[in-house]
Design a protein around this ligand. Structure first.
Ligand SMILES: Nc1ncnc2c1ncn2[C@@H]1O[C@H](COP(=O)(O)OP(=O)(O)OP(=O)(O)O)[C@@H](O)[C@H]1O
Ligand SMILES: [Mg+2]
Length: 494
């Protein structure tokens, strides 16, 4: 007997009959509703775990009902059916969050397969995200959350990689999409969990020190090598080495890493003995490695080797259905962290978050929720507490500065009374530093500056220590000159 209850909402008796027969045959408890009104009553009394909904009902449009159902309970899985397959309907339905769309005359097996997939995925994501203490707490600053199909697929792939002990994994995705969380998640889910996960950020270690960091050295290997030191590959024995920002690894080092991936053996600097190694290597980057190979900035042989098991993390704008569950999670987490009791977000604010394109991905969403929580004294996060760049779609023409989601394009509306270019520059610098949590290399790259220029301007604008921990920016009016986003601290007296 299946414990998942299914409500079929359709006014065509023949379809209801054959569906119910099939579902009961599979052991599901089933009820039928023939109208929208009936459906609302059955939802309250029967409390289904999944709904199969027809797009045309006598008293309400199926999509309208779908929208209501998802607004009341965004995690209720819904399969939409219609007579024939209509791509515009499919598009709207998926945007509203349906799990599956099936055109009639439907094939019963298709419903059966969809049900199986939905329930298995649901179980898997629950296991991974709520009942899996290792994934939740141990090393992770944040739990990996999200209930949209691409996150569910991601959970499955992570689980497969962990169980099959994939030795080499490449994580690709824009900055802030969760690559680091995924690397930790795979390690924690695998049999290597008890052994160390050692992380190296290839962009932040000077080229001449990276080899030593990775491979260690023997005593006397170079002038300052007073004693033997083990490197990351040895420290992680039995566990995982996470090579973050691998796109920034110098070419000569890439050749050495390729060797250890291929032979699972390496030598310490100045050493003659080959050391056997049992590690998993997870590499990550937000750069386009394939392009870099063409431009000869990344070794093709290493890329092909790494690319055998690749996990691509989609940008948040392509998995917006995850936003509500992520916001809910961040609110819970931040309530715990700050001893607050915010219990949700207004519908209007959620709509704004769903409309925005999140160029800084989940990191930016998290920061936006955190900032809103700092500003909100009551129980519900409102639209006023989200900064202008998030609300930009509502502000066009109001004389404001905002980022545009399209890469390499900016949309700046010049305020009627003008604005100093320096102020604009400072604002973008501040936003870049905030987006990358103060990481200068990434902020400089994002603004097309050299590291030196970024450092110089940071100093010039007094942003050396920005963002300090828990320094939350607040939307501010610059008297009569349009709206900019700035931190309370920075704008005092400016
Ligand atoms: N699915 C998710 N659920 C919850 N939090 C997430 C998720 N994805 C990312 N985050 C949060 O977003 C922030 C950025 O994540 P992470 O550092 O893993 O991204 P990244 O892809 O490694 O970024 P970068 O390329 O800039 O290093 C972190 O605070 C992380 O906890
Ligand atoms: Mg990272």
């Amino acid at each position: 007997m299946n414990t998942n209850k299914i409500l079929v909402i359709d006014d065509e008796n023949l379809i209801c009959y054959s569906l119910v027969k099939m579902l009961k045959g599979l052991g599901y408890p089933v009820e039928i509703a023939n109208t929208g009104v009936d459906a609302q009553l059955k939802l309250a009394s029967f409390k289904p775990d999944l709904v199969i909904l027809d797009a045309t009902l006598p008293d309400i449009d199926g999509l309208q009902l779908l929208e209501q159902l998802k607004a009341d309970n965004s995690s209720l899985p819904i399969i939409l059916m219609s007579s024939g397959f209509h791509s515009d309907l499919a598009f709207k339905a998926f945007n509203l969050g349906v799990e599956e769309y099936i055109g009639k005359p439907y094939i019963l097996e298709k419903v059966e397969q969809s049900l199986e997939k939905i329930f298995i995925n649901q179980q898997l994501s629950q296991d991974l995200s709520s009942h899996h203490p290792r994934l939740r707490k141990k090393h992770l600053p944040d739990q990996l959350v999200g209930n949209c199909p691409s996150m569910v697929d991601l959970f499955k792939t992570m689980s497969n990689c962990a169980q099959q002990d994939c030795k080499t994994i490449l994580l690709l995705g824009e900055s802030g999409t969760g690559k680091e969380l995924v690397a930790h998640g795979i390690h924690d889910l695998s049999a290597r969990e008890g052994a160390p996960l050692v992380e190296v950020n290839c962009a932040s270690i000077p080229d001449n020190l990276l080899e030593n960091e990775l491979f260690g050295h023997e005593k006397g290997a170079y002038t300052d090598a007073g004693s033997r030191e083990v490197g990351v590959f040895e420290q992680a024995e039995g566990g995982t080495v996470f090579l973050d920002e691998i796109g920034d690894m110098p070419l000569n080092m890439q050749a050495k890493v390729l060797k250890i991936i291929e032979n699972r053996k390496f030598r310490r600097l100045g050493g003659s003995k080959e050391i056997e190694s049992n590690i998993r290597i997870i590499a990550a980057t937000n750069q386009n490695l394939a392009e870099m190979v063409k431009e000869k900035k990344f070794r093709g042989d290493l890329y092909y080797r790494l690319n055998m098991m690749t996990i691509v993390l989609k940008p948040l704008r392509e998995r917006k259905r995850c936003i509500p569950s992520m916001v809910e999670y961040f609110i819970d987490r931040l309530n715990d962290e700050y001893g607050r009791s915010v219990n949700g977000i207004s519908k209007e604010a959620m709509r704004v978050l769903m409309d925005y394109d999140w160029p800084g991905n989940v990191r930016e969403l998290r920061n936006a929720v955190e900032r809103a929580m700092m500003l909100e004294q009551g129980k519900e996060l409102s639209i006023d507490h989200f900064c202008q760049e998030t609300r930009s779609s509502n502000l066009k023409g109001a004389g404001c500065i905002f980022g545009c989601a399209e890469p390499n394009k900016v949309a700046i509306v010049l305020p009627v009374s003008g604005i100093s270019i320096e102020e604009v520059e400072k604002e973008y610098l501040r936003q870049a530093l905030e987006r990358y949590d103060g990481n200068q290399t990434k902020a400089a790259k994002c603004l097309g500056l050299t590291l030196d220029t970024l450092r110089y301007r940071r100093k010039k604008f007094g942003l050396e220590n920005y963002p300090a921990a828990h320094d939350h920016k607040v939307p501010t009016e610059i008297a009569g000159r349009g709206v900019v986003v700035g931190s309370k601290k920075e704008n005092t007296g400016s």
